[in-house]
Design a protein around this ligand. Structure first.
Ligand code: B12
Ligand code: SF4
Ligand code: SF4
Length: 322
């Protein structure tokens, strides 16, 4: 009789082929798909180590989870990473004017985690049904996996100087996700880098958060402070530089020439912005009640920004509070 563990450690009896899997991902609506082989054992991740050692993760202690460095701690039999990207760009532009708060594009429409996860779940179940012994597990943003690192390895795009993955088809306005599997699949080449001598994002960041090319110090990043920082007030070093941002920050993507040239409107209807997310008056946000917050952001990624945080962010832009 076969021991259950030795069974799961085996290469699956029927290895679905890479092209068929990629076609399935595209059929499910993903805009890009690529495959990276998972080296055994997992190679060390010195850049993540360095980032953590500098304290650039601020209070996001979950970034130190050792699984993030070693996929085999998630799935001991992991052999391939199927990486996907979903375009979320919509053509609306924010109005100019100090009266308005700015919400980053990732949060304009329906929560991307839900959209990504339902498509990834469908891909995972389809894979698992393909043969006995096939293991597959999906992630998008919230798991201890380095989404960008794997996306670059799978040829989706490159980790640019602003630290986002840029694709040559959609710019950096893409969400990333992946399916880890024990299938042995033909892999793609890692994407090459195309920032060249450009430094627009580093020059444009109002808080100097891109401390060197590819490295973002969360302690200085407006996206971190508006989304993750739960303190009652924002640091003095950040408050004067918010430039209207109340939820995330898109500055280092807005200035990127790849986004100026290659952003394409998405075909995902759920990413169409909730009308009130394009030009929310700061005064309104600064005094939004918990109940209004609840009604205003249904099924939205912005729910991570609790009502008190949103009021804090808006007030800081108005020069109120401390
Ligand atoms: C933590 C986190 C944050 C933190 C820290 C940001 C950061 N740059 O790490 C905060 C809260 C600030 C944040 C903000 C944003 N985030 Co975020 N975030 C994450 C998360 C959970 C982990 C990222 C991570 O591993 N950081 C750790 C550091 C070490 O990694 P890194 O910056 O990627 O560094 C790598 C490379 O730059 C390279 N590297 C480092 N040093 C050097 C030096 C050289 C010379 C070279 C060549 C390479 C190199 O190695 C590192 C990897 O080991 C991922 C989801 C996930 N599970 O992966 C989403 C993710 C990165 N975020 C995402 C988004 C959309 C954003 C925002 C755009 C949202 C917004 N509009 O406000 C901003 C962008 C800010 C920015 N410029 O990075 C998307 C990015 C999609 C894309 N196209 O790349 C992700 C992938 C979520 C998803 N699944 O779609 N985020
Ligand atoms: S998201 Fe904003 S604050 Fe953060 S690195 Fe980019 S430009 Fe700087
Ligand atoms: S602005 Fe320039 S340096 Fe920054 S990510 Fe875009 S191409 Fe790279």
């Amino acid at each position: 009789m076969m021991h259950p563990e030795s069974h799961s450690a085996q290469a699956p009896a029927k290895a679905a082929d890479a092209d068929r899997i990629k076609q399935k991902a595209l059929d499910l609506g993903f805009h890009k798909v690529g495959i990276a082989a998972i080296p055994q054992p997992s190679p060390p991740s010195p850049t993540l180590d360095r980032w953590l050692a500098h304290g650039y993760h601020a209070d996001m202690d979950w970034m130190a989870n050792p699984k993030r460095q070693d996929v085999h701690q998630i799935m001991p039999t992991a052999r391939s990473m199927i990486c996907v990207a979903l375009n979320y760009y919509t053509p609306q532009q924010r109005p100019e004017g100090a009266a308005y708060g700015k919400i980053a594009r990732y949060g304009w429409g329906k929560d991307y985690h839900r959209i990504m996860q339902s498509k990834l779940k469908a891909l995972t179940h389809w894979l698992e049904r393909d043969g006995e012994g096939i293991q597959a597990r999906y992630y998008a943003d919230t798991g201890p996996i380095q989404d960008k690192v794997w996306a670059e390895r799978a040829g989706i795009g490159w980790i640019a100087k602003n630290s986002n993955v840029i694709t040559t088809d959609y710019g950096s306005w893409v969400f990333l996700g992946e399916v880890v599997t024990n299938l042995v699949l033909a892999s793609d080449r890692p994407h090459t880098h195309h920032c060249g001598t450009c430094t627009r994002c580093l020059d444009a960041c109002p808080t100097g958060a891109i401390v060197s090319p590819h490295v973002v110090d969360a302690n200085r990043c407006i996206a971190y402070h508006t989304i993750e920082n739960r303190a009652e007030s924002l640091p003095e070093a950040i408050r004067p530089h918010l430039q209207g941002w109340v939820a995330g920050c898109d500055i280092c993507q807005d200035v990127c020439p790849w986004n100026e040239r290659f952003a394409k409107p998405t075909d995902v209807a759920e990413f169409q912005p909730y009308p009130k997310n394009i030009a929310p008056p700061l005064e309104e946000l600064a005094h939004l009640s918990d109940e209004e917050w609840n009604q205003r952001f249904p099924a939205s990624a912005l729910r991570r920004i609790k009502p008190a945080m949103l009021r804090r962010n808006a007030s800081a832009n108005l020069g109120e509070g401390e």
